[in-house]
Design a protein around this ligand. Structure first.
Ligand code: SAM
Length: 246
């Protein structure tokens, strides 16, 4: 079933009007007709089954029906990860969204190949579109937010907003994910931090730990930056019991 996200201003009572790209996709790509069913999710994360009522030239009118189950994880797992080049950035954002990440903080650090790209605003908008599409395909109830890129040194300022911060470091010889997640339960907010192809500098590792991050190893094998970012989200949600039956 095709899923779309709408903003509050698009809903009046049980009627939702899809416009722009969503209306175009529904009409000309999916070629859906009046009477056919879709799923619609509002800004509050509540999703409904819906029926297409009217297909106008620029908009599609839908009527909400039954409320649908909440598929969102019961813990918030935000991912701060090093800016990656080209489609590896897209891939990491898409896969981490499918798995259940709640927000993304692209980071530049001393060894990132990609510094703050030119036209950053447009890049963030593009990354947000990739995440929105992945969230719809994964039947998420909410669209993760892609924040504007920031320097690694600015990251510790975020730590106070989290119950736990996990710093994935390839140099770590100990620090299991299971032990780092001890006591984490529903409602917890986690920030996962993973580095660039060139890794974190020792100074960056010290800065993160001084600010309260827990160092976590993913074992003796060295994962590529995008692999580590995706694996960190998956393993954390799995360990938290978020990858089980509905
Ligand atoms: N220094 C690495 C090397 O020797 O090739 C390069 C860093 S690795 C390609 C990219 C990032 O993935 C690291 O900064 C780290 O955040 C994460 N990572 C990769 N393998 C890891 C592991 N075994 N344990 C924890 N984090 C890992």
């Amino acid at each position: 079933m095709n899923r779309f996200f709408y903003e509050a201003k698009q809903r009046t009572g049980q009627t939702v009007i899809l416009q722009g790209d969503d209306a175009f996709h529904l009409r000309h790509v999916l070629r859906l007709q009046s009477g056919e069913q879709i799923e619609l999710c509002g800004p509050d994360g509540v999703c409904h089954s819906a029926v297409i009522v009217d297909l106008a030239k620029e908009s599609v009118q839908c009527r909400l029906k039954e409320e649908l189950p909440d598929h969102e994880p019961k813990i918030a797992v935000d991912l701060a990860f090093a800016l990656l080049k080209g489609d590896r950035m897209d891939f990491a954002l898409q896969k981490a969204t499918e798995i259940g990440a709640t927000a993304f903080f692209p980071v530049t650090s001393s060894r990132t190949v990609v510094k703050l790209p030119a036209k950053t605003e447009q890049k963030v908008q593009r990354w947000q579109r990739i995440v929105r599409s992945a969230a719809a395909q994964a039947h998420r109830n909410r669209v993760p937010v892609v924040h504007f890129p920031r320097e690694f040194i600015a990251l510790p300022a975020l730590f106070a907003f989290y119950d736990r911060v996990l710093f994935f470091w390839e140099e770590a010889r100990r620090g299991s994910l299971a032990s780092a997640l001890q006591g984490i339960g529903p409602g917890a907010r986690l920030l996962l931090v993973s580095g660039p192809e060139g890794g974190f500098s020792p100074e960056e590792a010290v800065l993160a730990q001084k600010a309260g991050a827990l160092v976590v190893t993913l074992g003796p094998r060295i994962l590529r930056a995008e692999t580590a970012a995706i694996a960190a989200v998956a393993l954390t949600l799995y360990q938290a019991g978020e990858m089980e039956g509905r």
